[in-house]
Design a protein around this ligand. Structure first.
Ligand code: PEP
Ligand code: CO
Length: 448
């Protein structure tokens, strides 16, 4: 293989990259970004890799969640706090069900770029470039809005930094203190059909904490608060290149725009630019695998992305859809086994279950999402493998984008609060219910 550099991806075909009208303006923005401090540090990425390695061994569980497309307008204290709250609530429920620590990773502070199936969108005879996320252009349907704008790269970096700064200060300031889960209460919990179950879990976690502290005398720092890590699809390679820096301690390169970048399903060609870029960064990385992934291609990807079988390096996020997982997953588990390598397996039950309503709205059914997850747990267990994580599109806000759940949202309810510009998300209540149902599933598997 040729030598890797942060720019060696430029010699390979790069899919899903915007074309900017002014190359010199793009270069100026990229040069400025290259001089700015990155968003995370190599030691945080190393710490996450260690934790992911433990998840691959069954000693931790990964919870990854956030928006499909984070918006610049989501850099708002209430929205950020609600997103943290829902991830904390879900993780507490999962800790309880799985009886193991949960690694919390947000699809936030940088999830601003979206792959699109079509490069152009036509409305009433007018054709314009597709919206590719706030990193690239704007969703309004005018030529100005849809023109890729390099200034947005700078704004994205700033918004990601502000978001992460606020998350870090909330976590450090005690928001995530397990002794005070009442801080995480959200309005809707009081009148949710799930309220009693959720409170019972809180009670039991709080009793377990007092037992550890009072009876066993443990009051370790680790028990009191929790970490958050960030993830996004590292799609826009010239942006990611500007955040790719060398660790002075070791000489290793890291993409410091997030702790845990992933390669999307549409850009996972072993001969493509994204795989070339990811091969040289030392972060823990994830790869989305869908129905088109063959065992042979996966073997090649394991050779390129995971050559040293370093613990925690590679997570495979599978996303097939409830009707395809039984056929698609076993051959890939077989391919990994044949390679002799260890990966962390994670299920994304969202992206294979998208459907259009009669009115043409994108939605997902709660029961399909749950169905794919339950099958994922069972298939791994039956084949002597292990599902070590889950990946959701969700928000703390009370949106109506997915159908079903305890409140029985129907197609007719969707118009009430449908806000997503891209994929439909679970709302806070649906997300918490999902966590309760998988916690129950994990507890049942543990008893087997
Ligand atoms: C996503 O996670 O929003 C996404 C586009 O996923 P995938 O690459 O799996 O389709
Ligand atoms: Co999505």
């Amino acid at each position: 293989m040729k030598e890797w550099t942060p720019a060696s991806w430029r010699s390979k075909p790069a899919l899903q990259q915007p074309s900017y009208p002014s190359p010199s303006e793009l270069e100026a923005a990229l040069a400025e970004l290259s001089r700015m401090p990155p968003l995370v540090s190599p030691w945080e990425a190393d710490e996450l890799r260690t934790q992911l390695a433990q998840a691959a061994e069954g000693r931790r569980f990964l919870l990854e969640g956030g928006d499909c497309a984070e918006r610049f307008a989501d850099c708002d204290p209430t929205i950020i706090t609600d997103k943290l709250r829902i991830l904390l609530q879900m993780s507490l429920v999962l800790v309880h069900g799985a009886s193991k620590p949960v690694i919390r990773v947000g699809r936030f502070a940088g999830q601003y770029a979206k792959p699109r199936t079509e490069d152009f969108e036509t409305r009433d005879g007018v054709t314009l470039p597709s919206y590719r996320g706030d990193l690239v252009n704007r969703p309004g349907f005018t030529p100005e809005d849809r023109m890729p704008d390099p200034q947005l790269l700078l704004r994205a970096h700033g918004r990601a930094a502000l978001t992460l700064n606020y998350i870090r200060s909330l976590v450090k300031g005690g928001f995530a203190d397990l002794h005070h889960p009442e801080y995480w209460e959200m309005d809707w919990i009081a009148h949710s059909p799930l309220a009693a179950d959720y409170r019972r879990i809180l009670q039991s976690v709080s009793e377990a904490l007092s037992f550890l502290e009072n009876v066993l005398g443990i009051r370790a720092g680790e028990l009191q608060s929790v970490d958050f890590f960030t993830a996004h699809e590292a799609l826009h390679l010239s942006y990611e290149q500007t955040q790719t820096r060398q660790d002075p301690r070791t000489g290793a390169w890291y993409d410091l725009s997030a702790h845990f970048p992933w390669i999307g399903m549409r850009t996972s060609d072993p001969d493509g630019a994204h795989v070339e870029f990811f091969r040289g960064i030392s972060n823990p990385i994830a790869l989305k695998v869908g129905p088109a992934m063959t065992p042979e291609t996966l073997q090649r990807l394991l050779d390129i992305l995971h050559p040293h079988n370093q613990p925690g390096r590679l997570t495979l996020i599978h996303r097939f859809g409830v009707n395809r997982i039984e056929q698609c997953l076993p051959p890939l588990i077989g391919a990994v086994r044949a390679s002799g390598k260890t990966v962390l397996w994670c299920s994304d039950p969202m992206h294979g279950n998208t459907r259009l309503t009669e009115q043409g709205l994108k939605t997902r059914r709660f029961e399909d999402i749950l169905g794919e997850l339950e099958r994922a747990f069972d298939i791994h267990a039956a084949l002597g493998s292990r599902l070590g994580g889950v990946h959701f599109e969700l928000t703390g806000e009370n949106v109506t984008e997915c159908i079903g759940g305890a409140r029985g949202l129907s197609e007719q309810d969707l118009h009430r609060a449908y806000k997503s510009e891209v994929d439909p998300r679970l709302n806070g209540e649906q997300a918490l219910e999902m966590a309760m149902l998988i916690a129950r599933k994990m507890a049942a598997l543990n008893r087997k």
